[in-house]
Design a protein. Structure first.
Length: 255
């Protein structure tokens, strides 16, 4: 018999997973007619899922964090076991997205470029966020990192504008600037601040509460932050190339 925590996890993720699969499928079916190849239609569907998830989970995480009192301006020690039904729901939504998005990433790994980083990111994220919801720890960290999904609208907006023939529109440039700025604010500065809080400023408290989990979280966090720096450098390079009228730069994968 499954442990109750695993049963609750399945019940919590299940409905959101069904919604994620439906969103991906609709995106695939409604992709522009010029996207003939299955891998291109799948990419369109996956991008539709990413942008909808990014908007939804950012709003849910912000509201849940505010209600739980996570977003404070002080550096006082956190209660790493603080959680509410709303924080748990946010993690369920994120896990449903990760599991759904992994299937096309694995299936089209040879057709889509740079999938290795995303497969690694999704897999490790399933481990980290799964541990948070199963053991009821680090929901404050988990929700803080979910705010990074706010960049998804701009990253995928770049792809959609290009796909629908609007690459020469000023909106494309404005979206690129917004993408770079939002990435810098929430993924580089914001995520870096969370890491400093967890592993340096609050090291004594985290060790006392989390025990050896600190040694599991640290490499996962460092890997994830390394990916953010890699993606940010690509975004800046792409924006600079566009400003130089280089139209041959490849599109970035959703983040």
């Amino acid at each position: 018999m499954l442990d109750q925590a695993w049963t609750d996890l399945g019940r919590g993720v299940g409905p959101w997973w069904a919604a994620a699969v439906a969103t991906y499928s609709l995106g695939y079916l409604l992709a522009p007619s010029k996207l003939v190849e299955p891998e291109k239609r799948a990419y369109y569907g996956s991008s539709c899922l990413a942008i909808l998830h990014g908007v939804l989970v950012t709003i849910l995480a912000l509201m849940a964090g505010l209600d739980a009192g996570f977003w404070t301006v002080t550096w006082e020690p956190w209660n790493y076991r603080a959680q509410t039904p709303a924080t748990t729901r946010c993690i369920h939504v994120f896990l449903a997205f990760l599991l759904t998005d992994l299937f096309p990433l694995l299936y089209y790994r040879k057709q889509w470029g740079g999938t290795g980083m995303y497969i690694g990111h999704h897999t490790l994220s399933c481990v980290a966020w799964g541990d948070a919801v199963l053991n009821g720890t680090c929901h404050n960290i988990a929700l803080g990192l979910l705010l990074c999904e706010a960049t998804s609208a701009f990253v995928n907006g770049r792809y959609f504008l290009s796909t629908h023939g609007l690459k020469s529109s000023p909106i494309y440039l404005y979206n690129g600037v917004a993408m770079a700025c939002s990435f810098l604010i929430v993924r580089i500065i914001g995520m870096g601040s969370l890491g400093a809080k967890l592993f340096y400023i609050d090291a004594a408290t985290s060790s006392a509460v989390l025990g050896n989990k600190t040694y599991v979280l640290l490499p996962i966090f460092l890997f994830g932050y390394g990916l953010q720096l890699t993606w940010f450098s690509k975004i800046v390079s792409g924006l600079l190339a566009f400003l130089k009228k280089d139209g041959n730069k490849p599109e970035s994968k959703k983040v």
